[in-house]
Design a protein around this ligand. Structure first.
Ligand SMILES: Cc1cc2nc3c(=O)[nH]c(=O)nc-3n(C[C@H](O)[C@H](O)[C@H](O)COP(=O)(O)O)c2cc1C
Length: 168
């Protein structure tokens, strides 16, 4: 039986700055019959178009980018500190080169919408609503923004409805 219970996004009590920026998250999407996952530590969550949403930013060279582009759903999942090494690996190796499920030993759960991992302590199932590429011409404070785009690899920002929250 699943150890997760479904809660409302409004009942998430974690500090989102800690959760995203310090704990990091795995962004996971379907890859054929399997899945791929990558670590993220930028983004946010809030309200947009009267819906609870997540803001995620993916650079175009990520293998995960194509998977997110091709699908309607993905998940964001959060872990205890003991999984830091797994998150480090998922944030430094590409699914083009290795099977991250095999390498990390994480256990995929194939939710009807999108995959996540049994080891997570919190999972957000996200449905893409809006995507837009960040661009140089929109940077208002150039020295805060441009240093992150030396390779001209501007993130695509996705605003996604949080359609389900699972918590242990
Ligand atoms: C702590 C951490 C945070 C990261 N945050 C992001 C992010 O928000 N957006 C992004 O595009 N890449 C981010 N990355 C880089 C990707 O996780 C990394 O390039 C990964 O290997 C991509 O895997 P893939 O090619 O299988 O998609 C982050 C990496 C780390 C270690």
């Amino acid at each position: 039986m699943s150890q997760f219970s479904e809660i409302s996004p409004f009942d998430i009590t974690d500090n989102l700055f800690e959760l995203i920026g310090k704990d990091w998250a795995l962004l996971t999407a379907k890859n054929g019959d399997g899945c791929n996952t990558m670590t993220i530590s930028w983004g946010g969550a809030g309200i947009m178009w009267n819906k609870p949403v997540a803001f995620t930013l993916i650079r175009p060279q990520r293998f995960t980018y194509g998977l997110v582009e091709n699908g309607e759903y993905f998940t964001l999942s959060f872990y205890d500190e003991k999984y830091r090494e797994a998150l480090q690996l998922c944030g430094t190796k590409s699914g083009r080169d290795i099977d991250k499920v095999k390498e990390t030993g994480l256990t995929p759960v194939f939710d009807e919408a999108a995959p996540y991992f049994e080891e997570a302590r919190l999972v957000l199932v996200c449905r893409k609503l809006y995507a837009q590429d960040l661009d140089k011409n929109s940077a208002l404070v150039e020295n805060a923004v441009l240093p992150f785009y030396g390779e001209d690899d501007w993130h695509r920002m996705y605003i996604s409805e949080i359609v389900k929250v699972l918590k242990k």
